[in-house]
Design a protein around this ligand. Structure first.
Ligand code: AMP
Ligand code: GLY
Length: 443
């Protein structure tokens, strides 16, 4: 099968690798010359991924029979709709269904309209006066978000990024006056306490086929400190749960995802593609932090590295509307992904720096390598402002996967930064203890 893959990050390298494993011929549209994708693809073009006419032109010239879109920005401008109109079935959501990610206000209001479990207290405001009124109502223990896309970097949490009511008002004013996230609108949410987790699911408009749970680490620095980033690393546990997550809690979160798919369908926005649910596991169970209309990055690297079924067929079935539980299957292994990022990532990345990646040494460690937003020029690899390389260790235990990923990360050099603490035993034990405290009400 000839398949179009859109996007040039490590998530998309993992998508392309899974398609190639399934015997597909991949044709890639990407902005940066990602050496992993360009090598694995039968053809590629360097293009703005949100330039719908150009992507469609390439898709037609490559005679693709199916498409899958990695990042959110092309979804927001309706690339999936354009591809369907050009006769190309697409395993990614329409512009209308992707609002579950592209508009945080739409997401919160949809959940409220359909009384989806896992909803939280929130307010949507577009003036400073309404912001003040909402703070009177919700209190100041809140999270402040621009409604539109900010690459995971626009969310500010009271007690971490914002300390006082004045800080909240100042950030609110900045969102409104600078149109942060593309529109002068703020979503205020109650601040949830617990452990975060991600569940991704294959969706065909009606059905939800969930994948193993993953935990991402969004903060730039060790100990979960520093600015929010796109994600610095992630892990999953053999069997699909997490050290702090029980089966019934996982199932409750999946149920919420099913309700969201149903709500979208009822409102005429059938959701076809991978849905990403991010939850806070609280004392009362999972609560929705956000949805993404795509795989997570880095979380795609965890689940797609473990997928042991035909990913091209899964995409075909998502698009055609007949996926079932038996179409997905995952190795009974744990996985740990560590991201190598440029120095300064999260605030001001050191872009355009050469890094060295010893592919053979990484393979000798048994780890998988996914190139992210780097550029290959004359056989050398250069950083951009975004993340550089994802390394995945796979083994029975999280501990052994972590060791494999750590050993492999040493074979990437340059002016780079890695969070070495992700998925280390001490960190996991602390999360389990913390979740016990949350459950018992001590936190
Ligand atoms: P988002 O871009 O919505 O995923 O938010 C980025 C990060 O902010 C999340 O990974 C959480 O750590 C934090 N966050 C977002 N919403 C909330 C909330 N309602 N309560 C607590 N933390 C939140
Ligand atoms: N890892 C978070 C995201 O993909 O948005």
């Amino acid at each position: 099968m000839r398949v179009l893959a859109v996007g040039g990050g490590a998530r998309e390298h993992a998508i392309v690798a899974a398609l190639v494993r399934a015997g597909a011929d991949v044709f890639a549209c990407l902005r940066n010359k990602n050496p992993g994708i360009c090598k694995a693809a039968k053809g590629y073009t360097l293009v703005d991924e949100s330039d719908v006419p150009k992507v469609i032109q390439f898709a037609k010239a490559s005679a693709v029979e199916l498409a899958v879109i990695g990042p959110e920005t092309p979804l927001e401008v309706g690339l999936a709709d354009g591809l369907w109109s050009a006769g190309i079935p697409t395993a990614s959501p329409s512009k209308s269904a992707a609002r579950i990610e592209t508009s945080k206000s739409f997401m919160r209001e949809l959940l409220a309209r359909h009384k989806v479990k896992g909803s939280i207290r929130f307010a949507i405001v577009d003036t400073m006066r309404d912001l003040e009124l909402a703070l009177d109502e919700l209190g100041i223990n809140v999270v402040v978000k621009p409604t539109g896309l900010t690459g995971g970097k626009g969310v500010k949490v009271v007690g971490e990024h914002l300390m006082t009511k004045r800080d909240i008002l100042a950030y609110g004013d900045e969102i409104l006056s600078k149109n942060i996230g593309g529109s002068a609108k703020i979503v205020l949410e109650e601040k949830l306490v617990g452990e975060e987790l991600t569940i991704q699911a294959f969706c065909d408009g009606r059905r939800v086929v969930p994948m193993p749970a993953v935990q991402d680490h969004k903060r730039a620095f060790e100990g979960d400190k520093g600015p929010n980033t796109g994600g610095m690393g992630s892990y999953s546990q053999k069997g699909g749960l997490l050290p702090f997550l029980g089966r019934s809690e996982y199932e409750d979160a999946v149920k919420i995802m099913e309700e969201v798919i149903n709500a979208l369908r009822k409102e005429g926005a059938e959701y076809k593609g991978t849905l990403y649910g991010q939850f806070m596991l609280t004392r009362k169970g999972p609560r929705v932090i956000e949805f993404n209309a795509r795989f997570g990055d880095p979380e795609a690297m965890n689940v797609l590295s473990l997928l042991n079924r035909d990913f091209a067929t899964i995409c075909e079935k998502m698009a055609s509307g007949n996926i079932s539980m038996k179409d997905a299957g995952f190795e009974a292994k744990s996985s740990v992904c560590k991201y190598v990022v440029p120095e300064g990532y999260g605030t001001k990345s050191l872009a355009g720096e050469e890094i060295k990646v010893d592919e053979q040494a990484i393979a000798r460690e048994g780890a998988l390598l996914y190139y992210a937003n780097v550029n290959e020029e004359d056989g050398k690899i250069y950083t951009t402002t975004s993340r550089s390389v994802g390394i995945v260790g796979i083994a029975d235990s999280i501990e052994d996967s972590e060791r494999m990923a750590e050993n492999a990360v040493r074979h990437v050099s340059g002016r780079i930064h890695v969070r070495h603490d992700i998925a280390k035993k001490g960190m996991l034990d602390a999360k389990v203890r913390r979740m016990e405290d949350v459950r018992s009400g001590r936190i």
